[in-house]
Design a protein around this ligand. Structure first.
Ligand code: NAP
Length: 327
């Protein structure tokens, strides 16, 4: 399905390129924009993948190939668009996220966007510790930064943690409140920002609710109907857990350390103002229990890669028992 349809009654850009369109953030942005009647160019490295092909079935979505590590490919992908949603997503397959890799990806996006005539609004997904402002500030692009919270999807793996029927989700979190973001809300907030040209030059935080990891575990217990605990792992255990599992797990450690940072917590929560998010999202934010119920529908027991992760977590927790705390 092509992206050529233009809906002139919608304020803001009419054809928006979305980087990371097959992922959590980009996918939510694609759906929110399409729902508002905006045409979307969904950028992916692999237009033949299952997720890309699913996007291609949506009205007003055109798939284009683009790689954050290749500026020329981004120029071709952004061509003809008057808006863009961009993010950096490190290109390693395992191990720790690298600041320099992500900075280079933002630089490629900025350089490619500078080559596009008629770019009205660029929305950049970031957090305070990602190199977005450092790269985009002073480039003369019409930018808004959206600072996300901790993605609730990070808790979507409930593991059987022992033979005693003890279930939980491991997280390298502390005891303080966390700004959590549900991807559907991020999509709606970003779509709301694109409709407000007055937000160019601003930074806005995006969260769906604020609560501690233990409170999230309680929400999850209500949602799933069984007792779920948060297994709060110190960062060094999490790193061992992450050593040979999908790369986004290592990312979670970085984000948890940031969102759980006691000193920064007050300003992180204050900058993810729920009233502002609600307004930008069109008047409604996700309900934690409903969201977690949807997320866990059908998930009863981890298998495959998650099963292996579960055994590893159980083994490491037994080994470092005194350092692990549960709700
Ligand atoms: N975990 C958190 O709580 C959190 C919070 C805030 C921000 N973040 C950051 O936000 C980023 C995006 O998050 P997400 O959850 O949407 O990630 P995700 O679900 O893993 O999606 C990332 C998407 O980016 C695309 N991609 C990967 N490498 C690429 C490259 N070299 N060039 C072009 N596209 C590429 C992939 O699509 P294709 O394979 O189709 O190309 C993938 O679908 C993460 O990398 C993370 O650093 C995470």
């Amino acid at each position: 399905m092509g992206a050529a349809c233009r809906c002139e009654h919608v304020p803001g850009p009419h054809c928006i390129a979305v980087v990371g369109a097959t992922g959590h953030q980009g996918g939510a942005v694609v759906h929110a924009l399409v729902a508002k009647g905006v045409s979307v160019v969904a950028i992916t490295r692999n237009p033949n993948s299952k997720k890309a092909q699913e996007l291609a079935t949506l009205r007003r979505v055109e798939l284009r190939k683009g790689d954050l590590n290749n500026q020329k490919s981004l120029e071709a992908a952004f061509s003809g668009c008057d808006g863009a949603f961009v993010l950096g997503t490190d290109n390693r397959t395992t191990g720790r996220w690298k600041y320099e890799n992500m900075k280079k990806q933002y630089e490629n996006c900025a350089a490619a966007l500078k080559c596009i005539d008629g770019m009205k609004h660029v929305v950049i997904s970031a957090t305070e510790f990602l190199p977005a402002q450092e790269v985009f500030n002073g480039k003369g692009l019409p930018t808004t930064y959206v600072h996300t919270g901790l993605n609730v999807v990070n808790t979507n793996f409930v593991l059987k943690l022992g033979d005693d029927g003890h279930y939980g989700f491991p997280l390298p979190a502390g005891n303080g409140p966390i700004a959590w973001t549900v991807m559907k809300d991020l999509g709606n907030v970003v779509a709301g920002v694109f409709q407000r040209p007055s937000m160019i030059g601003q930074t806005v935080g995006c969260a769906s609710f604020h609560c501690t990891a233990d409170q999230l575990a309680n929400h999850m217990s209500t949602a799933i109907g069984m007792k779920i605990k948060c297994l709060k792992l110190p960062a060094f255990i999490w790193e061992k857990v992450c050593a040979d599992v999908p790369a986004n797990f290592a990312d979670i450690a970085n984000f948890c350390q940031f969102f759980g940072n006691q000193e920064a917590q007050k300003s992180i929560l204050a900058t993810r103002d729920l009233n502002i998010c609600k307004e930008l999202a069109g008047g409604k934010l996700a309900d934690p229990v409903e969201e977690l119920r949807d997320m866990h529908r059908g998930v009863t027991q981890a298998g495959g890669c998650w099963g292996r992760l579960a055994s590893k977590v159980v083994r490491l927790c037994a080994h470092f028992r005194s350092k692990v705390s549960t709700a």
